[in-house]
Design a protein around this ligand. Structure first.
Ligand code: I3S
Length: 123
């Protein structure tokens, strides 16, 4: 899914601000830098925006795109001292930590992303 179709969020999950730190890109370790991102889950991608307003910008507004096909998602207590942190590792070797201080928010996103990983990987 590309372009306008990728901007169509799944209806059953709200877009929301989550704390995100990209810790490696294509297998190359990066310095951890947490930032609050506006996250949107589509049928096969997690879209990351600097803020909510950017979702209205059709081109170039996306800060990052996490490809969920073939990705692995797991809770982690080792990669951060923060609570409620899960990691997404993409099939190209990029690693993201995602966190919310609110457990129900974090687990709701974990469950939805894991389902999306499973369904997009089977296709
Ligand atoms: O894994 P680290 O290096 O302990 O992660 C911390 C750093 O990213 C730190 O930034 P500086 O390297 O600029 O000090 C952040 O402020 C911390 O939040 C990171 O640790 P946590 O445990 O919060 O993920």
């Amino acid at each position: 899914v590309t372009g306008a179709a990728a901007l169509q969020p799944m209806v059953d999950l709200k877009s929301e601000h989550l704390n995100v730190a990209k810790i490696s890109e294509n297998g190359k370790k990066q310095r951890k830098n947490w930032s609050s991102m506006w996250t949107v889950l589509t049928s096969d991608e997690l879209l990351l925006y600097k803020d909510k307003q950017e979702t209205n910008v059709k081109a170039g507004g996306k800060t990052d795109v996490v490809q969920l096909c073939g990705a692995v998602i797991d809770w982690t207590t080792e990669k951060s001292s923060k609570k409620n942190v899960f990691q997404i590792t993409t099939n190209t070797g990029s690693e993201y930590l995602i966190q919310s201080d609110n457990y129900s928010t974090a687990s709701k996103w974990y469950d939805a992303i894991r389902k999306t990983v499973d369904s997009s990987t089977k296709e």
